[in-house]
Write a protein that binds this ligand. Structure first.
Ligand SMILES: C[S@@+](CC[C@H](N)C(=O)[O-])C[C@H]1O[C@@H](n2cnc3c(N)ncnc32)[C@H](O)[C@@H]1O
Length: 274
């Protein structure tokens, strides 16, 4: 961890070495977007296990290491997607629920499908399994991630005669509606200005929803599979403390540069490589 606890900490390390170095029950939120197992065929990091059994064993080991670090009122978000060839995530989900308790399963609608198969429907979603650190309810700010009503819906609701106080009704509608666990957020396409060159870079809007609902300013958010640093960028933007690692040094450097260039809050708080 850095000496100044407000600085994002970016470490070049294997997560199995790095997670045990963190204090027990220190993270409010863990955002984990691990290798999927043979879904990204042209990346070395998704193809290192000889078979699915080895991948699942490794997954349980890092999940156990992450569980030690998670606060009892914290949440761990685990990204996964079944690919055309491999469906390891379907087997990983029940195993992960033996390490930490099931909390939710989010479906992320990526809006535009990945046109990789002709023998079935075009894949267009990913799943995000949400696990919790303890038996009790986790910290969760549902109001922080409300979604605006569209103008047509607002007009219909305002015509509803059951609500006598139109101003109160308008104020209520202006707050927006609670987000469901079906998230329609476009994935990053080739021309997206957000893209920095990582093959599975997650959109800021997606990570923002997780961080705003699952942590407060000053809380520690960690990401054991840093990649391009999407979680680090959002954490810095919203004044969360952040620590993360990646086993591939160029990605740590990519994340470091990205944090430095993402505006005043990040550059003001600085960042460290591992
Ligand atoms: C799916 S990507 C994460 C992408 C990231 N969420 C983003 O938005 O850019 C998975 C990352 O895990 C890293 N990785 C693979 N094995 C690892 C390990 N054992 N420890 C730490 N990082 C690892 C890879 O280098 C890769 O960058």
């Amino acid at each position: 961890m850095s000496r100044d606890s407000s600085l994002p900490v970016l470490v070049h390390a294997d997560c199995l070495d790095w997670l045990p170095s963190l204090p027990e029950a220190s993270a409010q939120l863990i955002v984990a977007d691990p290798p999927y197992f043979r879904v990204q065929l042209d990346t070395p990091w998704d193809n290192v296990w000889p078979d699915e059994r080895a991948y699942l064993d490794w997954s349980v080991r890092w999940l156990q290491a992450a569980a030690r670090v998670l606060r009892p009122d914290g949440l761990l978000y685990l990204f996964g997607q079944p690919g055309k060839r491999e469906q390891a995530f379907l087997r990983l989900m029940p195993l992960a629920c033996t390490v930490l308790a099931f909390h939710d399963l989010i479906v992320w609608d990526r809006v535009v499908g990945a046109n990789e198969r002709r023998d079935s429907f075009t894949p267009c979603y990913e799943m995000i399994l949400v696990l919790r650190g303890g038996e009790g309810p986790p910290y969760f700010d549902k109001d922080a991630v409300r979604e605006p009503y569209d103008s047509e819906t607002i007009a219909i609701y305002l015509r509803d005669k059951r609500y006598k106080d139109a101003d109160a009704r308008r104020a209520h509608l202006a707050k927006g509606k609670f987000a469901t666990n079906l998230w329609r957020i476009p994935s990053l396409k080739g021309m997206s200005s957000e893209k920095v060159g990582h093959p599975s870079q997650k959109p800021i809007a997606l990570i923002e929803r997780i961080i705003l609902s699952g942590s407060r300013a000053g809380d520690l958010v960690i990401d054991p599979f840093l990649g391009s640093g999407s979680t680090a960028v959002v954490a810095a933007r919203h004044r969360r403390r952040f620590a993360g690692c990646d086993s591939h040094a160029p990605y740590v450097e990519m994340a470091r540069k990205r944090i430095e260039s993402t505006g005043e809050e990040a550059s003001a708080s600085g960042c460290r490589g591992g």
